[in-house]
Every structure is written in structure tokens, then in C-alpha cells.
Design a binder for this molecule. Structure first.
Ligand SMILES: *Cc1c(COP(=O)(O)O)cnc(C)c1O
Length: 394
């Protein structure tokens, strides 16, 4: 279904991408097929030549997948989407499409870890150089840009520091230098932040997180701004092969129906919990864009329509304090990932980053007592009670 652009996100979440179908099913069927028949030789030739619309082979497109692509593109106010097998597949496809030997990338230093590694260990091998800067400071982007810069890549709010990058300012700097601004919009979801309306050229998502929202699928999305980008990225994705399957596309599309509603609850719960944590004697510091104490709180208010479900905070007692909290929560689940209906808690120093030398870890702003909380949609007071009893064991 092609949606009126002016519909709200609540309406788009429910209806966008729900295509018409033969039996008028309210929920379109899952086209669990790898390939599609040609009516005759001329039909096959016309499809391959692009003279007729239709499906050929699922790596090149599939109706169930296209429904999801349309939904996310419409929520993002973008042109068309390209669903991928994971967020990393989406990011890799964008880099592969636009970068060649000798090119340069300016990337947020507060970015999803594997994105850094992808640039440093894979793209560096092919002669692509990356400068990592604090993109929440526009001057550091400006200083890092070179004549060879092809992509300015920002994640906002960024991982794990939740620092906010001014998308409009970053887009202007990128465009003055002939580069593209690519925004990883995973932490906000299209409901809380619309990068295209602020000047971004390409948006990427890990749909594993808020878009799907139920922690049962790994998936990614690229959203383009125009047909030229779409054609290049479609071809690149088809050649690299990092596509999603129809069943996973169906599940993500189903998850999106409650996206606007979930985001409202994620934001309300996170705000309440962040305010509770900020007053707790066992908590040294809380980082949440919705708190006036956040360094870019004013920018977050301008650029986002809500502050999201992610909170970082530092507990008293260093590593042992963090471990005590992890070992005593009952409702919050100990796991990585984020953006699902269930609240997840993680202590990088004893878990994800335990093998990293302490000095390097501190340099990446991952202090001993840092805890990352992905606030779910449970009852806020029950989450607060759980955190309170666990914090009091420190
Ligand atoms: C999880 C995540 C990714 C990678 O997505 P996968 O679906 O795990 O491949 C990229 N960016 C951000 C911000 C993420 O949180």
C-alpha cells in the first residue's frame, strides 16, 4: 500500500508496505520462494531487461521483502529501502557501493564496535582510510575532512556514550566537500529521528533492534534518497548477497506495526528510570539524552521527537559494583543487543569488553562501572524496583 506522506508515524507503522494481494488478506502472504516463474520467454526477457516490473529471484527482490522495504522507506521519508540480512550487511553494502581505493571516510568514534572494525580491518585492506572523530563536535568533522573524503558516517545517539551529532550541520559539511552523509539511525528508529529531513543522504538500520523490537530476528535496512542511489545499492546488494529471507522480512514487518506505540513507551520508561538513577546514591553518573545534564540535551530536543530507550550509567564500586548489579537484577535480563520489548542490561567491563586491556577500554570511554541499559516496555515502577534492590547490594 502506498501511503499518504502526511500520515503520522502511528498510522504508517500499522499500514505502510501492506501490499494488495490476490485473496485480499489483511496480512499479505509470505512468499517463501527462491524463484519466480516466467509466463513465457518474452516475459523473462522483459523482466531481465527491466522493461517490465516483476520478480525473478529472491536475492534480486521478493514481494514480502519489498513490503518491508516500502514500510521503512515511508517511515523514514526516504525514496526506497533495501532490506539486508543484518545491520552489518547494510553498512557493508553502502561502503562497498561508494568507496574505492584511495578514498577516505570520516566516522564517529562513538559508533557500533563492528562498524569500526569493518573500516579498520576490512576496508583498510582495500586502501580505504578512515579518521574517527568525536562527531558531536562539528569542528572535529570539519578538521578531519580531506579532498578524498567520500563518506561522513555518523551514528546518533552514538554507542555507548549516547553523544548526539548535529545531523544538519554534519550534512552541510559533507556536502560542501562533495561527500555523502550516511546516518546509522538504529538507536532512534525512524519514529524519533528523521535524518533525511535534516539533510542526510543515506540511512542505515540494524532492524534487529527497535524496528523489529522483539529480539527474535537479525536484520538490516538501507534507505535511499533517490533512484540513482537505489539502483547502485540494489546492484551492490545483489552482488554481495547480504539479503534477508522472506520469513524474517515478514517478522520484522509485523514488529513494525507496534513501532510508534513501543517507542512512546520506551521513551517514557527510560526518562523515568534515568531520573530515578540520577538520584540513586549507588550511581555516580547517568547519561541519557532526555536529562538536562546530557551535554547535547538541547540539540537532542531539536533533532529528535523523543530521547529513546537507551541509558548508560556508572555505578559506584568499579568492576565489582557493576558485577553486583548484574548478579542481582531479576527482571532486567543480562544480554547484549537492544531495542526489544524486554529490558536488557549489560556491563561492558566484565562482559563484552572484558578481554580488552583496561587502558584501551578507558580510552574508549568504557569505565569500570559503566552499565548499558536497553529499557523495555514493561511497567516502569517494576523496573525501578528491580534496579533499586540490585543497586542496593553494591
Ligand atoms: C546492532 C547494531 C548494528 C549491527 O546490526 P546487526 O543487525 O547486529 O548486524 C549496527 N549499528 C548499531 C547502532 C547497532 O546497534
Amino acid at each position: 500500500m502506498s501511503m499518504d506522506k502526511n500520515y503520522s508515524d502511528a498510522t504508517k507503522s500499522v499500514h505502510a508496505g501492506m501490499m494488495e494481494n490476490e485473496h485480499l488478506a489483511v496480512v499479505p502472504p509470505i512468499y517463501q520462494t527462491s524463484t519466480f516463474k516466467f509466463r513465457d520467454a518474452d516475459h523473462g526477457a522483459a523482466l531481465f531487461a527491466g522493461q517490465e516490473e516483476g520478480f525473478i529471484y529472491t536475492r534480486m527482490g521478493n514481494p514480502t521483502i519489498q513490503g518491508l522495504e516500502n514500510a521503512v522507506a515511508q517511515l523514514e521519508n526516504g525514496h526506497k529501502g533495501l532490506a539486508c540480512g543484518s545491520g552489518m550487511a547494510a553498512i557493508q553494502t553502502v561502503f562497498s557501493a561508494y568507496l574505492k581505493q584511495g578514498d577516505h571516510v570520516v566516522c564517529s568514534e562513538a559508533v557500533y564496535g563492528p562498524t569500526t572494525t569493518l573500516l579498520e580491518q576490512i576496508f583498510a585492506k582495500f586502501g580505504v582510510e578512515t579518521t574517527f572523530v568525536d562527531t558531536s563536535n562539528l569542528q572535529s568533522i570539519e578538521r578531519a575532512i580531506k579532498p578524498q573524503t567520500r563518506i561522513v558516517y555518523v551514528e546518533t545517539p552514538g554507542n555507548p556514550t549516547l553523544c548526539i551529532t548535529d545531523i544538519k550541520g554534519a550534512a552541510e559539511l559533507a556536502h560542501q566537500n562533495g561527500a555523502l552523509l550516511v546516518v546509522d539511525n538504529t538507536f532512534s528508529s525512524p519514529v524519533l529521528q528523521k535524518p533525511f529531513l535534516l539533510g542526510a543522504d543515506i540511512v542505515v538500520h540494524s532492524m534487529t533492534k527497535f524496528l523489529n523490537g522483539h529480539a527474535d530476528v537479525v536484520a538490516g535496512m538501507i534507505v535511499t534518497k533517490n533512484e540513482e542511489q537505489f539502483k547502485l545499492l540494489r546492484k551492490t546488494l545483489n552482488l554481495l548477497g547480504g539479503v534477508i529471507g522472506p520469513m524474517n522480512a515478514f517478522l520484522v514487518h509485523r514488529g513494525i506495526k507496534s513501532l510508534a506505540m513501543r517507542m512512546e513507551r520506551h521513551c517514557a520508561n527510560a526518562q523515568k528510570i534515568a531520573e530515578f538513577l540520577e538520584k540513586h546514591p549507588k550511581v555516580k553518573q547517568v547519561v541519557y539524552p532526555g536529562l538536562p545534564s546530557h551535554p547535547q540535551h538541547e540539540l537532542a530536543k531539536r533533532q529528535m521527537s523523543g530521547f529513546g530507550g537507551m541509558i548508560s550509567f556508572e555505578v559506584q564500586g568499579g568492576i565489582e559494583g557493576g558485577k553486583a548489579l548484574m548478579n542481582n537484577v531479576k527482571l532486567c535480563q543480562l544480554a547484549v543487543s537492544l531495542g526489544g520489548v524486554e529490558t536488557l542490561i549489560q556491563h561492558p567491563a566484565s562482559m563484552t569488553h572484558a578481554i580488552m586491556p583496561r587502558e584501551a577500554r578507558l580510552k574508549a570511554h568504557i569505565t569500570d562501572g559503566l552499565v548499558r541499559l536497553s529499557v523495555g516496555v514493561e511497567d516502569a515502577d517494576e523496573l525501578i524496583a528491580d534496579l533499586d534492590q540490585a543497586l542496593n547490594t553494591i
